[in-house]
Design a protein around this ligand. Structure first.
Ligand code: ZN
Length: 389
């Protein structure tokens, strides 16, 4: 079958590339495994810059690891982040260097003392002090990720939560995969094609805004100001909104901003109501969905975390039927991005998207978001191998 080249509309390039250089904890299923890997890494002299930096940790293990356990296995500053990217566990050295204390929201504390677990925005406290990998290695890792994407049919990616340094490095690569950066708020520079903002947290930590709970990570006024600025300066505003109450918040901000066209897009839209989908359809607000995020938790466990909300999870089929402009993203490294694995997760949705044609359309239509025309074609075989023609 011949189709247009793929666009991954929600890809974390920096984080996917860095995870190739960091201590990879993806395969660990026990606390002992994590601790022994941290110990080895520390004895080797650390990951880089004198720190032990790990990633892709399963969130359940992160909840069982404390700063004290990390202190026992390393005398260097340690930060290990979960695969969902919304939590990290750090040791006492890292806490001390970063000035983490209980006055910041997102710093988990017991009796006024940080446990070492940092959620969402609080992770930035440590990230600001963490060393960057050597530039040459970082560029090599970007190239490896982009080469792999290209050979699997992706010719454009929207790189969420980018930073200025990365954008410059990626531009210098001049790669066949066109990278469109959506900058972190604190790294936003004039001339960037997009910004990524967060309305709430994630489903697995109960930080998504729904059922009257969760963490509100931006207020309506600030979000509406970004939307107005996006309209004036011509950049896109991508807002992470997991829970339906986060989507309510985004819609309020959109209305405060005077409903600017072709500025706002919503990332994830994991839990939605019918009235919201109808609104997004009528306003032409784009949505990027990532069924593959189930992989980072495990499908059965993910369902049990959601409970009765499972039937409202990522309603891609309903979105299509109601006329919402919906596009595929992987959220890599949270979810997988190769067609074969992606298709598996579309089929596992509560209302499965089980025909290949629809999935291919979701994967090839993201070109519209930045008004570009794809060049070239892909050949997709029956066993879902992809070749760029
Ligand atoms: Zn993401």
């Amino acid at each position: 079958m011949r189709v247009r080249p793929f666009v991954d509309t929600h890809f974390h390039l920096s984080w996917t590339a860095r995870s190739l250089l960091e201590l990879n904890l993806k395969e660990c299923s026990t606390v002992e495994c994590v601790l022994s890997k941290v110990r080895e890494e520390s004895e080797r002299g650390g990951t880089y810059g004198g720190w032990v930096i790990g990633s892709l940790l399963h969130y359940k293990l992160a909840k069982a690891i404390t700063k004290e356990l990390l202190d026992e296995v390393s005398d260097k500053p340690v930060s290990i982040a979960t695969r969902d990217g919304h939590m990290a566990v750090v040791n006492s050295k890292a806490i001390e260097i970063s000035g983490v204390d209980c006055s910041y929201s997102g710093v988990e504390c017991v009796e006024g003392v940080p446990t070492g677990r940092l959620y969402e925005d609080a992770m930035l406290l440590v990230r600001r002090k963490m060393p960057d990998p050597p530039i040459g290695k970082l560029v090599g890792a970007y190239k490896a990720v982009l080469d792999d994407l290209y050979s699997n049919g992706f010719l454009q990616i929207h790189a969420m939560t980018s930073r200025w340094l990365e954008w410059e490095l990626v531009k210098s690569l001049n790669h066949k995969v066109h990278v469109i950066p959506y900058m972190r708020k604190e790294a936003f520079v004039k001339g960037s094609p997009g910004i990524k903002l967060f309305a709430d947290g994630v489903l697995i930590y109960g930080t998504a805004l729904m059922n009257g709970k969760g963490r509100k990570l931006i207020d309506e006024r600030e979000l509406s100001q970004w939307l107005i600025r996006g309209k004036e300066e011509g950049f896109r505003v991508a807002v992470h909104a997991m829970g339906d109450e986060a989507i309510d918040l985004v819609i309020r901000a959109y209305e405060m901003a005077g409903k600017p066209k072709r500025v706002l897009r919503i990332e994830h839209a994991a839990i939605t109501r019918d009235d919201q989908l109808e609104y997004l359809a009528s306003e032409g607000i784009e949505v990027s969905v990532q069924p593959g995020i189930m992989e980072s938790v495990g499908v059965e466990e993910f369902k049990s975390i959601l409970g009765p909300n499972w039937k409202r999870f990522m309603r891609v089929r309903d979105m299509i039927e109601l006329g919402v402009k919906v596009y595929h993203g992987s959220d890599s490294p949270v979810g997988p991005w190769r067609l074969k694995e992606v298709f598996k997760y579309y089929k596992l949705l509560p209302k499965p998207v089980d025909d290949l044609e629809t999935v291919l359309k979701l994967m090839s239509s993201g070109w519209e978001i930045h008004g570009e025309r794809p060049s070239g074609e892909l050949e997709v075989t029956d066993d879902l191998e992809v070749r760029v023609l």
